[in-house]
Design a protein around this ligand. Structure first.
Ligand SMILES: Cc1ncc(COP(=O)(O)O)c(C=O)c1O
Length: 435
């Protein structure tokens, strides 16, 4: 029998994990919100590129007694007693992260990807220092230099971007900017770039100008872990990531590095620099996620995410959509819906009404403001977790196309929503635990 990557058999029977009776009794309002969210996730098609569905085991660890424990410090050197068991969990998480990504060192404490990035910046830069980061309207993340983010407030971002003609990273521009500004750091990575980064070439440029390379693999971490795309770990001074996107773990951050000399600064800046007590329940869940990702089935999952993204891209292009850069090499597809005469904002609303969740996104050289945008960003990690494959991607493309054509037509969108629910019902998310 075919199984989804959460281990649930793929069948036509719709089932869902139910909350235990406790919460419904003690806090019916929150229980109702969680139950409704579970139904939304189960019955819709999740195409937000930064989201995924963590396994039952990851969620069990997240909801465990480790949430009760204060453990400031690091294993063996804590500011609190009673840390013997959380020490074990953190050691396991750290060792598994190192094994998974082939790095010599890891810090599993960052609460999020943004915190992991803040640590990396502080380890390399002084306030006011320049760094190179991907332009935010061309795929870069807030923490790569947004004026309202710490990265844009405390440091001096210099933006590199993509070429107008093929919407791929402009390595010549990056090299020119590096020679001109001689930054101490080049931040590599993005939230909305469907292609691969040439890590070895960027390393060369960095070495030429004496810059450190920080690679933020928040989006593609699962693809790197599963070997579906090349690893930037050997070419980077520091690698930061989230654990909840393609990596499919709990919501959190992670820092990896190879040179011992960075360790003191990275660990000290994480705690006590920018964080207090680590979230030990989340760290335990990260360990569970890393173990899952070390299983050979995860390599297969990662490969399928990329195959699904390619299939989705091809199906969309066959329906006449223009894709940024003409396709994808990872989990992400950026659709120029503006070329179809609809804004990203309106497309997002039409799709959501039809049960397809995605987000509006600027495209390179976008004539629209970010809150309106000309693009829709799609990702295949979550649907792949449900067990969907290439043939379902063609169906998803058809449903998306139909939703955009029905924008503003509530009855039409309701009919598509029923088709979406029917497709989703064949790929159950969580099973109801046995009584
Ligand atoms: C490239 C990149 N870096 C960092 C982050 C920040 O992660 P978090 O939301 O956990 O702070 C994100 C999140 O979207 C991201 O896409």
């Amino acid at each position: 029998m075919r199984r989804s990557y959460t281990g649930v058999p793929v069948s036509r029977t719709f089932s869902r994990r139910t909350l235990g009776p406790l919460l419904a009794e003690r806090d019916p309002e929150i229980a109702a919100a969680i139950q409704a969210e579970e139904i939304r996730q189960s019955e819709g098609l999740e195409l937000i590129a930064s989201e995924n569905f963590a396994s039952d085991a990851v969620m069990e660890a997240t909801g465990s007694v480790m949430t009760n424990k204060y453990a400031e410090g690091y294993p063996g050197r804590r500011y609190y007693g009673g840390c013997i068991h959380v020490d074990e969990a953190e050691r396991l998480a750290r060792n598994r992260a190192k094994e998974l990504f082939g790095s010599r060192f890891a810090n599993v404490q960052p609460h999020s990807g943004s915190q992991a990035n803040m640590v990396a910046y502080q380890a390399i830069l002084e306030p006011g220092d320049a760094f190179l980061g991907m332009a935010l309207d061309q795929g870069g993340h807030l923490t790569h230099g947004h004026p309202l983010n710490f990265s844009g407030q405390f440091y001096l971002p210099v933006a590199y971007g993509v070429r107008r003609e093929d919407e791929r990273l402009d390595l010549d521009q990056l090299a020119e900017l590096a020679r001109e500004h001689r930054p101490k750091m080049i931040m590599v990575g993005a939230s909305a770039y469907p292609r691969l980064y040439p890590s070895a070439e960027i390393r060369q440029i960095a070495d030429e100008v004496g810059a450190k390379v920080v690679t933020d693999i928040a989006h593609v971490a699962g693809l790197v872990a599963g070997g579906a795309i090349p690893s930037p770990v050997p070419h980077s001074d520091i690698v930061t990531t989230t654990t909840h996107k393609t990596l499919r773990g709990p919501r959190g951050g992670l820092i990896l590095w190879n040179e011992k000399a960075y360790g003191k600064a990275l660990n000290r800046i994480t705690f006590p620099g920018i964080q207090g007590g680590p979230m030990m329940h989340t760290i335990a869940a990260k360990a569970v996620c890393f173990r899952e990702a070390l299983d050979p089935s995860f390599a297969e999952y990662a490969r399928q995410i990329v195959a699904n993204a390619r299939a989705l891209a091809e199906a969309l292009m066959a329906l006449g959509f223009r894709l940024v850069s003409g396709g994808t090499d990872n989990h992400l597809v950026l659709v120029d819906v503006g070329a179809r005469g609809i804004t990203g904002r309106d497309a997002e609303v039409a799709m959501e009404t039809a049960g397809i969740t995605a987000n509006k996104n600027t495209i390179p050289f976008d004539p629209e403001k970010p809150m309106i945008a000309s693009g829709i960003r799609l990702g295949t990690a979550a649907l792949t977790t449900r067990g969907m494959r290439e043939s379902e991607m063609a169906e998803v493309a058809r449903l998306m196309d139909a939703a955009l054509r029905s924008a503003g037509d509530e009855a039409g969108l309701a009919r598509i929503a029923a088709e979406v629910a029917e497709l989703a019902s064949g790929f159950p998310l969580y099973v109801t635990p046995a009584a």
